[in-house]
Design a protein around this ligand. Sequence first.
Ligand code: SF4
Ligand code: SF3
Length: 550
Amino acid sequence: MSNIFCFQCQEVAGGKGCTIRGICGKTDKVANLQDLMIYTLKGIAILQEKGLEKGIRFSKANHFMLNGLFMTITNANFDDTVFVEKIKEAIILREEVKKELIDQGVTLGELCDAATFEVKSDSEIFAKADAIEVGVLATENEDVRSLRELIIYGLKGMAAYAEHALNLGKEDEEIYDFIVKALASTLNDALSVDDLVALTLETGKFGVDTMAMLDVANTGAYGNPEITEVNIGVRSNPAILISGHDLKDLEELLEQTKDTGVDVYTHGEMLPAHYYPFFKKYSNFVGNYGNAWWKQNEEFESFNGPILFTTNCIIPPRESYADRVYTTGATGYPGFKYIKDREDGKAKDFSEIIAYAKKLPAPKEIEKGKIVGGFAHAQVFALADKVVEAVKSGAIKKFFVMAGCDGRMKSRNYYTEFAEKLPKDTVILTAGCAKYRYNKLNLGDISGIPRVLDAGQCNDSYSLAVIALKLKEVFELNDINELPIAYNIAWYEQKAVIVLLALLYLGVKNIHLGPTLPAFLSPNVAKVLVENFGIAGIGTVDEDLKMFLG
Ligand code: SF4
Ligand code: SF3
């Protein structure tokens, strides 16, 4: 057993750091391999940065960097063998980049360990992974450590979104150049706390750009989300449950399951796929099964059919369904079957999971009814007159952005109670899996506008920002913070970190973040966020309602 240190998610042990194994289920081995993965990516980034100074870019390294960062997001990949292979690949790639730079006449100068270390066997990889210098605690100054990790976690979220966009053929060199620069900067001891604060805000800027790019990719391929009623009951056919955020995977799965007698249901963050016009043509795309990621143990058991993870959040499975789970993309878990990436522009091959589904019983019904969503920017703009009228007449007094993540902690009941107790003249704007805390409550509507407007996945928080900016324009305000919008956001993993940094970059103030503030914010860094942005935690529902409505 080795020492680990991870504090990247909200469920961190003791609110401080996981030190033996992850509350998420990550073993010490995997935790340290993930640290080494990030360390190796930093080493490659240092080299890439040297190339950028001469206008040399490395497309393969950029794509590798996205995937490598994405794999280390909470609950994405628990497979040590995958990390070992990926680290080997990274070192080969690093040496290729070095050779290319030398061939092009770039002087490499003195390079740090991340850009030069060698490992000759798997056991040397494990030993390197366990070394203190590759992990979070290698940075001794707690404020510098806090900012470096805040940036890294933002980059992880950014990389995940950029990879989904890339899967749909969209990419942006400026985003890659920034990730390279930011990764390299986290090993630069010459940067001051102020430099790192500035880099943190710049991370937010590129977070906005990345979410905008993904929005263009998703809506360009599948149309603009529209108001949709999503069935939460089941039919009697065998079925596949698809989870995560990757819409390209969903498209290929639907294309390959149509006319096979196998139905497809969404789970967790895939629910908003139903809002896109493109997917409505598939008669076997039946509905959404279950709730947010943390309920998967029970819900996968009763689903009966195979489950496909396209992204996080995976939790260690029960034996009853472990053999039915498939992963793809950046995700992995020891013992789960893995569906390979696209090759030569061909679709992924889902034939095995489809054949398996045919042998299994139909899902067991766990609920009945419908949920409504599809309120991304274009749909809300189409309703703009109604919304503006409702605000002007006082029918809507305030909007509450309650986007973000759901999680296991009991304290998250706060969000259900908060939604229930909000006055009837308020509207919740949501995105991400946080919605499952209140999207099945009957909160009614205001002159036909539902009181919970779901824009989509966590990346569609971008839509909420676009809506806020539009309202600012319509009401001719100078500052986004003059709008009657309050932010009460729930976070769990690193995609929420990039969403938060994006909102800060857009100038949003007084965001309340819960159920607890990130453990990776040192007292001084937290102070900067409080003083400059009014970031705060949450209290009790009644106190907070008084404060927000006061
Ligand atoms: Fe702990 Fe979260 Fe890190 Fe898992 S991801 S080891 S739960 S801090
Ligand atoms: Fe995250 Fe697991 Fe919900 Fe996209 S993916 S939001 S927690």
